[in-house]
Design a binder for this molecule. Structure first.
Ligand code: FAD
Ligand code: NAP
Length: 466
């Protein structure tokens, strides 16, 4: 009998997981708390609890060439970088083509996922859901957690002394939808991730003045790279990945800096990363440098204090008459429906083998899909994750011992911190091609054959990626 798999969430991770279940002859049921597919990419005017919320103008920062699923290219007439509505259209065509909608129970929230009493032998889970006020419970042989990680705002108000006195409006970037209503205001945007830079640029076209406050700076790239090609098709080549892996770190850092400064010298714009040694995710923004040149966006250092109407910065400058503060300070994540011990973030690391499997389970029947932030597109990444997970569930691939998985988690995390730093926004950061290669190599191994599991870092002493 086909194994039953519960898929939680019908965003891109859930959709591709459904497809992989079907490909492997598993029997999936997807629970989606809202009324439709698309997750984060389905824009709505209102912010919904329990679902990511984006602004109207979001455009992908990874190109269509690098973001499509392996067996389903994006339509020829789609542009290279997609407005959120266009990406949603791609997901809709994908779901239709592979007839995935019939597996989805909409407006059904997963409340609990619990190990069955005989879990050590059966590996089964009880999944409790709620729909229309009614609770239901069903037994599954495996679970794919695809519930996303851009839902809970990270609002570090404690780092902003005086915020309780501030008389203007302040909110997290998750609440931001469009520039209407901000005309003529003086706005302070906190952070320099993709949300902060998109929002600062957009608001600067309507506002009296926008300030963007960064405590550590960031590299900024244009979506358009050499000869007009999309940046990621130039950046994420096997050759550049190989160079990053074999060359000494000092040379890699130097090359990275040259590449990042090719468009404009970050130091002149006040954006120079404080720690150039880190290979942190660059932000993609075609307009930020020009908005800074026009004076419409002013770059400021860390905020040290706020008064009723003004912001004080680390360099002791003060900006008066601030009307609005946008906290584009990223996200935290949680899985309220899972036992707390299963997916933990402690000591600044996620306790999952290759960002997917809890190592302590007697049976590998639960996987997180999409709990990751690759330097490249997440779409092919979640596809490979789902292909591997479904093959593990089916018994075609096996996982190493708990000890080996724990060693891998610890080593991987040390490498991550060394490469990307300790910032909250880097907890899920991974390299791209290295990680995809790792997943792909797991898929081709078949259980029963004498594969020796050991940490990938032991097998390949040159591998610096995580
Ligand atoms: P989501 O899209 O968040 O979907 C999760 C789904 O699970 C939702 O539909 C939600 O309703 C459902 N759900 C949650 N909890 C439950 C529950 N308890 N029961 C039932 N259903 C539940 N990545 C890229 O590669 N390229 C980009 O250009 C890019 N742009 C981005 C832009 C923004 C503004 C943000 C925030 C992220 C971006 N990302 C990008 C990364 C992003 O994580 C992925 O694009 C992707 O959308 C994540 O998909 P997901 O399916 O994992 O999660
Ligand atoms: P993010 O990448 O996590 O960035 C958060 C920013 O807030 C960082 O600059 C961080 O600075 C800063 N910050 C955090 N805590 C702070 C504090 N206490 N004081 C001051 N600054 C603080 O969040 P995001 O920009 O919302 O992006 C989330 C994900 O969505 C990313 O993967 C991003 O690529 C994606 N995204 C994509 C698009 C697009 O495709 N167009 C648009 C938006 C978002 P430090 O680095 O110093 O910690």
């Amino acid at each position: 009998m086909a194994k039953k798999v519960a898929v939680i969430g019908a965003g891109v991770s859930g959709l591709v997981s459904l497809k992989c279940c079907v490909d492997e002859g598993l029997e999936p049921t997807c629970f989606e708390r809202t009324e439709d597919i698309g997750g984060l990419w389905r824009f709505k005017e209102n912010v919904e609890d329990g679902r990511a919320s984006i602004y109207r103008s979001v455009i992908t920062n990874t190109s269509k060439e690098m973001s499509c699923f392996s067996d389903f290219p994006m339509p020829e007439d789609f542009p290279n970088f997609l407005h959120n509505s266009k990406l949603l259209e791609y997901f809709r065509i994908f779901a239709k083509k592979f007839d995935l909608l019939k597996y989805i129970q909409f407006q059904t929230t997963v409340l609990h996922v619990k190990r069955r009493p005989d879990f050590s032998s059966s590996g089964q889970w009880e999944v409790v859901t709620q729909s229309g006020g009614k609770e239901q419970s069903a037994i599954f042989d495996a679970v794919m957690v695809c519930s996303g990680h851009h839902i809970l705002p990270h609002m570090p108000l404690q780092s902003f002394p005086g915020i309780e006195r501030f008389q203007g409006q302040y909110f997290h970037s998750r609440q931001y939808k469009r520039p209407a209503g901000f005309e003529g205001k003086r706005i302070l945007v906190i952070g320099i991730g993709n949300s902060a830079s998109d929002i600062a640029v957009e608001l600067s076209k309507e506002a009296a003045q926008v300030f963007i406050s960064t405590r550590k700076g960031s590299w900024v790239l244009s979506r358009i790279s050499e000869d007009g090609y999309p940046w990621d098709s130039v950046f994420h080549t096997r050759f550049s990945t190989m160079l990053r892996n074999v060359l000494p770190r000092a040379i890699v850092t130097w090359m990275w800096e040259q590449q990042m400064n090719r468009w404009f010298n970050h130091e002149n714009y006040g954006l120079q990363p404080q720690n150039k040694y880190l290979l942190k995710e660059p932000i993609l923004n075609d307009d930020l440098p020009s908005r800074i040149l026009y004076g419409a966006v002013k770059v400021k250092p860390r905020v040290t204090g706020l008064t009723e109407t003004s912001a004080i910065f680390e360099d002791e400058t003060v900006e008066e008459d601030i009307d609005v503060i946008v906290f584009a300070t990223g996200y935290t994540f949680a899985f309220p429906f899972l036992e707390e011990s299963l997916v933990k973030v402690e000591d600044n690391r996620v306790s999952l083998y290759k960002y997917m499997f809890p190592p302590q389970l007697e049976k590998a029947t639960l996987a997180c899909i999409g709990l990751i932030q690759p330097l490249g597109s997440i779409f092919p990444t979640v596809e490979l994750q789902a292909r591997w997970a479904t093959r593990v569930f089916k018994g075609l691939c096996s996982l190493p011992t708990e000890k080996t998985m724990m060693e891998d988690i610890v080593t991987r995390n040390e490498r991550r911190i060394d490469l990307f730093g300790t910032s909250q926004s880097q907890i899920l950061q991974t390299n791209y091609v290295d990680y995809l290669d790792e997943l792909a190599s797991e898929i081709v191994y078949v259980s029963g054959k004498s594969r020796k599991h050991s940490s990938i870092f032991k097998k390949n002493k040159f591998l610096k990626g995580v």
